[in-house]
Design a protein around this ligand. Structure first.
Ligand SMILES: Cc1cc2nc3c(=O)[nH]c(=O)nc-3n(C[C@H](O)[C@H](O)[C@H](O)COP(=O)(O)O)c2cc1C
Length: 203
């Protein structure tokens, strides 16, 4: 798949089938992830591949609690607006079905390996995006999620993650129930300034 086609049709896919994702494809995602830029090429990342049903169930419980305590409170307001209702429903679906997703990938950052004057996430999120674009090219749905961090300590303990390592993103991966397509965005013209802050240009 052309890289622009992958970029332009990659959106968060939260409704995923329980069908397994073969190891060969998992490796293709991870091989793409580790090509990403990172501060000082210190590669502070690790990726935990999680398929064990009991582990997924425990993570899903933490995730759902995190959802209920954050977005859960916004339910009525979010569902009242046509602009926010679809994304809200999709987020709620994932929160309620995370344990059924066949594959979870936890991207982490070793804090002691982060390059000087560099935010920790800056050396991991490019890898996450590579992984998600590779998934798109293979027809696999993904979504960058962080809500498990409401229970970061419990999730780290469950997965045996050391103190020096922070979780950056939990990525559900699976065959999508819905269709790929462009996510809603302001056009580039609205967010790009030329030479000086605030100077916009027509294309
Ligand atoms: C830092 C970050 C954290 C996110 N956390 C969550 C999350 O915990 N749960 C979720 O369902 N989506 C999460 N998302 C996905 C966003 O909601 C999504 O990218 C955004 O609504 C745009 O939609 P699209 O990806 O379909 O274009 C996160 C995205 C980013 C970049």
């Amino acid at each position: 798949m052309d890289v622009f086609e992958a970029i332009n049709t990659q959106r968060s896919m939260r409704r995923l089938k329980p069908d397994p994702v073969p190891d060969e494809l998992v490796w293709r995602l991870l091989d793409a992830a580790i090509r990403a830029p990172n501060g000082g090429n210190r590669q502070p990342w690790n990726f935990l591949v999680i398929r064990d049903p009991e582990t997924k169930k425990r993570i899903a419980e933490h995730y759902l609690d995190g959802w209920n305590n954050s977005y859960g409170r916004l339910r009525e307001v979010a569902l009242a607006s046509e602009a926010t209702a679809p994304v809200y429903r999709s987020g709620e679906y994932l929160a309620q079905h995370l344990a059924e997703v066949p594959l979870l990938i936890m991207a982490t950052c070793r804090l002691s390996a982060v390059a000087p004057v560099s935010p920790a996430g800056a050396s991991v999120y490019p890898a996450v995006q590579n992984l998600m674009l590779a998934a798109r090219a293979l027809g696999l749905g993904t979504c960058l999620t962080t809500i498990h961090r409401a229970h970061e300590a419990e999730v780290k303990q469950l997965l045996g993650i050391p103190d020096d390592v922070e979780t950056m993103a939990l990525i559900p991966v699976g065959w999508p129930r819905g269709k790929f397509g462009a996510g809603a965005r302001l056009p580039a013209e609205r967010v790009v300034y030329w030479e000086k802050w605030g100077d916009i240009r027509a294309r």
